[in-house]
Design a protein around this ligand. Structure first.
Ligand code: HEC
Length: 493
């Protein structure tokens, strides 16, 4: 529709090659903005100050002739859009006039482009039927050097196998390399398994204020400014946005010491970092790959001292999960498939941004810390059925399960304090029948302190009253007789 309207006005008022500015308004400004900064507040890439229109003009001529699609980085920002080809509509002299205008406006100071030059490029690419990708064009016509995002960047490679960020200060590094691109990149590491890397350089804050950093890595990485940790992604896992983290820091205007640490365990590898803040209004890449910029987090939190329920796909448990976030910073995910709380954790509850509008793709991991996976298989015999849950006036849940003619009630409430978070769990068996064995945990090392006290893994202690617990090959089992009630206290160490 846009194209037709533009074409109609073009026919009504014939334009000459020299009207570069007017042709630009007609053919380019809808997307690139009348001021060349990218229309709709920079949602489209800028031509003002773009290295893509600087230096060798062949690159820009090809973009206009055949269009561009896929990921492209312009001035530290990554776009992944479509520019339709314009070569069918625009003759050589008009393309030359537009690009001459673009190359000499909004602070751009480049040589004019002649119709002959456009014709030569058009002839040389006559076979081209598809839009270009940035990668193809940059191979043919590399960008002229631009200011590196990180000044004086040096890197060092470390060899070793880690599953968590090591203390690099105790390790022996390889040679110091200069990174002239000024970007965090593992392209020249020389390894793709079992290695680490540390970069150091100067990052300049254009103004004083709060800056945000987005980091993602396969496997782990952290970012320090002036020796203060700003953001960390630890442990092993993919770089698909699901583990990415954001951190923030107050900076004065001027240069700051940036340090980035990274390790790769096995499999895929990569690191992605970007930042924004005063004077940097949209995310700027500090790495050769951009982090997947997800939606801003929508934290789900307990309100007015009442627990909150989240029913959606939660990573680490089964599809029919019920998440409960309690006041006091303890949380659980109950599996209605396996009939028990499979995950418990402290701190923030859930980030709902992924599933806000619909049941979006993938599972959402817990937003907080100290996640303990208690179990992942059925907690009760096959004939047990989930009967739903009830909330008390403060939102504390009681899950109920029917086992033949008996009902097992499983209640959870927060205990402890912010410094020492804990859960109080009450399990009681109602009705007539035989004793029931309930799987409390599996695959977590159990240390028995007494008949009533156990250590569960490294993070948790468990105290039991009113029932016996049995430890069978790292499976902790609770035996309940009809009419019996057991009280369990889970406490983070
Ligand atoms: C329909 C919208 C649209 C129109 C019209 C359009 N462009 Fe683009 N242009 C884009 C998009 C979108 C990209 C980035 C494509 C991507 O993400 O791969 C782009 C990329 C570019 C680039 C490379 C990146 C950069 O920002 O420097 C240049 C140069 C460019 N366009 C020039 C032009 C010129 C000159 C015109 C007018 C003849 C024009 N474009 C018309 C949408 C458009």
């Amino acid at each position: 529709m846009l194209r037709t309207a533009l074409f109609a006005s073009l026919c009504a008022v014939p334009l000459h090659a020299q009207d570069g500015g007017q042709l630009f308004t007609l053919y380019c400004s809808a997307c690139h903005g009348p001021d060349g900064k990218g229309a709709t507040g920079g949602a489209f890439p800028p031509l003002a100050g773009s290295p893509w229109v600087a230096g060798d003009a062949t690159r820009a001529v090809k973009v206009v002739l055949h269009g561009l699609h896929g990921e492209v980085e312009v001035d530290g920002r990554t776009f992944n859009l479509e520019m339709p080809p314009q070569g069918g509509v625009l003759p050589d002299d008009q393309i030359a006039a537009i690009l001459t205008h673009v190359r000499s406006s909004w602070g751009n100071k480049e040589q004019p482009v002649t119709p002959e030059f456009v014709k030569a490029t058009r002839d040389a690419t006559a076979d081209r039927k598809t839009q270009w990708t940035a990668e193809e064009l940059l191979k043919l016509h590399p960008l002229t050097a631009t200011k590196p995002p990180i000044a004086n960047l040096l890197s060092q490679v470390y060899q070793g196998e880690w599953q968590k960020l090591p203390d690099f200060s105790t390790l022996k590094p390889g040679n110091v390399e200069e990174e002239h691109s000024g970007k965090i990149s593992i392209a020249k590491a020389g390894f793709n398994e079992s290695f680490g890397m540390v970069w150091q350089g100067d990052l300049t804050a254009p103004e004083a204020g709060e800056f945000r950093f987005r980091l993602d890595a396969d496997d782990g990485a952290r970012v320090l400014l002036d020796d203060k940790e700003v953001v960390k992604v630890d442990g092993t896992g993919p770089m698909d946005g699901s583990r990415g983290k954001e951190g923030k820091i107050e900076l004065t205007a001027g240069a700051h010491k940036l340090r980035v640490e990274y390790f790769e365990f096995h499999g895929q590898e990569g690191i992605a970092l970007s930042w924004r803040g005063p004077g940097i209004p949209s995310w700027r890449n500090l790495s050769d790959k951009p982090p997947k910029v997800g939606p801003d987090p929508i934290p789900v939190e307990p309100q007015n001292g009442r627990a909150v329920v989240y029913r959606n796909f939660i990573a680490g448990t089964t599809p029919r999960a019920i998440g409960i976030g309690f006041p006091g910073g303890v949380n659980l995910a109950y599996s209605a498939d396996n009939l028990t709380a499979e995950l418990i954790w402290t701190g923030a509850f859930m980030d709902a941004s992924r599933h806000w509008v619909e049941r979006g793709q993938g599972d959402q991991p817990p937003a907080g810390e100290n996640v303990v996976k208690l179990s992942g298989s059925p907690s009760l015999p096959k004939d047990a059925r989930f009967r739903g849950y009830k909330l008390d006036p403060t939102g504390n849940p009681t899950f109920s399960v029917q086992i033949d003619k008996q009902i097992l009630l499983d209640s959870w409430k927060p205990a402890g304090s912010a410094q020492s978070p804990a859960f109080l769990r009450t399990l009681s068996l109602k009705g007539q029948g035989s004793p029931v064995e309930f799987l409390l945990s599996e695959k977590l090392p159990v240390q028995k302190a007494s008949d009533k006290e156990f250590g569960l893994g490294n993070d948790l202690s468990l105290q039991a009253e009113g029932a016996t617990l049995e430890n069978r090959d790292s499976k902790l089992v609770l035996k309940l007789a009809p009419g019996q009630t057991a009280t369990l206290t889970y406490r983070w160490k």
